[in-house]
Design a protein around this ligand. Structure first.
Ligand code: HEC
Length: 162
């Protein structure tokens, strides 16, 4: 009898441990999951600027294609859109808007002048891009396109988390 009870206890204990472990794993997974879907949690100005940046990425992809086919109408629309964004971007970074899930580095606000300069550099390259497209010059537009993509990266290197 006693040994049967001991066996049962042992099984109970084992099951209990498994349950605790699986709860632990579940909790650990839940703890990790929100990170993977973090962008969906963005609200307000953080979400707005993330959406604008996502649109910028799409613009670059669209322009890369349009440069190949020399689709000037598409190039003009996208170049102007990026230039408008360059002129509005600083307004999308109000003080204290680096809350999760924002990927903006604190450096944006700690080195505000540097950030503004990076935005202005982006403004210059997108303005060049608009002009090159106006001139219907594939060579000029290709160079300005590369400079624009470079200015996205330059800002990210300093002001966006990896
Ligand atoms: C002057 C700085 C600056 C420039 C220029 C800039 N970015 Fe960003 N970008 C940022 C910062 C800061 C973030 C992080 C924003 C946040 O999460 O709050 C970001 C985020 C992004 C994201 C992620 C958006 C998301 O859903 O989380 C993409 C994509 C992106 N940028 C693409 C681009 C492209 C493409 C360009 C150029 C056409 C560009 N950016 C130009 C600073 C810049």
């Amino acid at each position: 009898m006693a040994s049967k009870l001991a066996r049962t206890l042992k099984v109970d204990l084992k099951m209990g441990l498994t349950a605790v472990l699986s709860t632990f794993v579940t909790v650990a997974l839940i703890g990790v999951m929100p990170v993977a879907t973090a962008h969906e949690g963005a609200t307000g100005i953080v979400k707005e600027r993330m959406d604008r940046f996502k649109a910028s990425k799409t613009s670059l992809q669209t322009m890369k294609q349009a440069l190949k086919t020399e689709d000037w109408t598409v190039l003009q629309t996208e170049a102007e859109q990026l230039n408008v964004w360059a002129n509005e971007m600083v307004e999308y970074f109000p003080e204290g808007s680096n809350q999760a899930p924002s990927e903006a580095r604190d450096a944006v606000w700690q080195d505000w002048d540097g950030f503004v300069r990076a935005v202005q550099a982006f403004g210059v390259t997108t303005q060049d891009l608009v002009s090159a497209v106006d001139n219907r010059s594939v060579n000029e537009a290709t160079l300005a396109f590369k400079a624009t993509a470079q200015s996205c990266k330059a800002c990210h290197d300093s002001f966006r988390k990896e």
